[in-house]
Design a protein around this ligand. Sequence first.
Ligand code: SF4
Length: 309
Amino acid sequence: MVRAVDGVDITANRAETVCVVGESGCGKTVTAKTVLKLIDMPPGRIVAGEIRFEGRDLVPLPPAEMRKIRAKQIGFVFQEPMTSLNPVYTVGQQIAETVRQHEGLSRRAALDRAAEMLRLVNIPNPQRRVQDYPHQFSGGMRQRVMIAMALSCNPKLLIADEPTTALDVTIQAQILDLLDEMKQRLGMAVLLITHAMGVVAEVAQRVVVMYAGKVVEEATVEALFATPRHPYTQGLIRSIPRIDRAASVHARLEAIPGTVPSLLNPPVGCRFAARCRHAMPDCVAAEPPLREVAPGHKVACILYPEHRP
Ligand code: SF4
């Protein structure tokens, strides 16, 4: 059995953006899909734990009940909008259908809501564009449509999985600004999954760093960038391009050597040990737990006194 995500504990509060960051294969997307109960079951399954939403555990809920919560209370946006939009229906029909299903509006009222949502995400001529098909929008505009659809029922939580990865840099910035604006306006919590530390720095209030299916560090965005504690987080931050360093001819971006271990047979002890420049024999003796090393700042690494007996 592969434990793709193990012991992950994430809280997102109202009007807060929590970023989950890490390399490909670290369990970020599985975490997002688990919250939505969208992991492929079988073979995927939630073995243990709770998904608490507004005080209610979602794990035991039957699929029909869960469908009502998705979209109506938890919106989601994935990386590639073309895989989520149906090419044979207009975007207006698709947004209207979501609204009709969850709010019981008439067809006319639902189409009006669809146009209102397109206007909210800054798509010009919304009354006309509701009649367009997904292929008639650019990549950035399609992602706006997805955000409009995700927000159409006023969710309390928005989960966005790499929403800007497929877009070019200027459009990325617009989409991130839009998400931030929507969060402030609607007061929802945002769980943003990303591999890009630049995105984290721009939008997060709190950051959860994942490595090989585990949380290795959690902190406010200020604390994480000012004093990253886990060697993996330190490596991620060193790998961000910086304008001041680019001025030097010797400037090289640092990479973290090695690759994420296979979760089919995860290593004993700290999962980062094979790539860690500070590794010592005790690191592979037992897995370091996530412990608070400063108020609100948790880390799973034995370099810190809180981890010593
Ligand atoms: Fe490195 Fe050891 Fe800390 Fe793991 S526990 S990150 S191997 S120092």
